[in-house]
Design a protein. Structure first.
Lengths: 115, 114
């Protein structure tokens, strides 16, 4: 069965500092991994995805994520945080090996960037 | 460029009442989904549809029903509202059957059952 874990309920970082939001996953086949961001009173917005290829993927708003197969992780990163990055971030996984389209979400991590 | 549109934005129901949450998309996506979001729990899949006339249960389908008569519309029906259905409901769509297609979300419906 697919599962996603986001071990931190909240991440606090100062503006201008690098940020990392952690995610680990479990799937039986090949993982298709996604990050989404949710701003207050809005739906989730797609940030980036890993399907295959380079382990470092780049996405919207300067975010990137690093896929690590041995550690089954897909951590979200940004070199320099902005106050406007404060939001709720969700990691998600699909089992590409089964051709599945069901997306399983983590519980979410709230990012707070302090000016 | 509407994307996925959900109505209403907010609703308060009494126990036992029924209602339909509306969802429509203008991207000609075959796949559509209903999720509920509860604090600290992430999103749970209620129902999904792979095309007009085809629907299937997700992780938490009890107490809900769906229909898909057109590609654009995917309404979610609550027949006998219960306090446990207090949640934020999101409709989403995706472009194809490929597992690499991201989801496009509406802005949600906040439902309170009292």
């Amino acid at each position: 069965a697919q599962s996603v874990a986001q071990p931190e309920d909240q991440v606090n970082v100062a503006e201008g500092n690098p940020l990392t939001v952690k995610c680990t996953y479990s799937v039986s086949g090949n993982p298709y991994l996604f990050w989404y961001v949710q701003y207050p009173n809005r739906g989730l917005q797609f940030l980036l995805k890993y399907i295959t290829g380079d382990n470092l993927v780049k996405g919207s708003y300067g975010f990137e994520a690093e896929f690590n197969k041995s550690q089954t992780s897909f951590h979200l990163k940004k070199p320099s945080a902005l106050v406007s990055d404060s939001a709720l971030y969700f990691c998600a996984v699909r089992d590409g090996g089964t051709g599945g389209f069901k997306t399983i979400f983590g519980a979410g991590t709230r990012l707070f960037v302090k000016a | 460029n509407a994307g996925v549109t959900q109505t209403p934005k907010f609703r308060i129901l009494k126990i036992g009442q029924s209602m339909t949450l509306q969802c429509t998309q203008d991207m000609n996506h075959n796949y559509m989904y209903w999720y509920r979001q509860d604090p600290g729990m992430g999103l749970k899949l209620i129902y999904y549809s792979v095309g007009a006339g085809i629907t299937d249960k997700g992780e938490v389908p009890n107490g809900y029903n769906v229909s898909r008569s057109t590609t654009e519309d995917f309404p979610l029906r609550l027949e006998l509202a219960a306090p446990s259905q207090t949640s934020v409901y999101f409709c989403a769509s995706s472009e194809s059957t490929g597992a690499n297609s991201p989801l496009h979300f509406g802005n949600g419906t906040r439902l309170t059952v009292t």
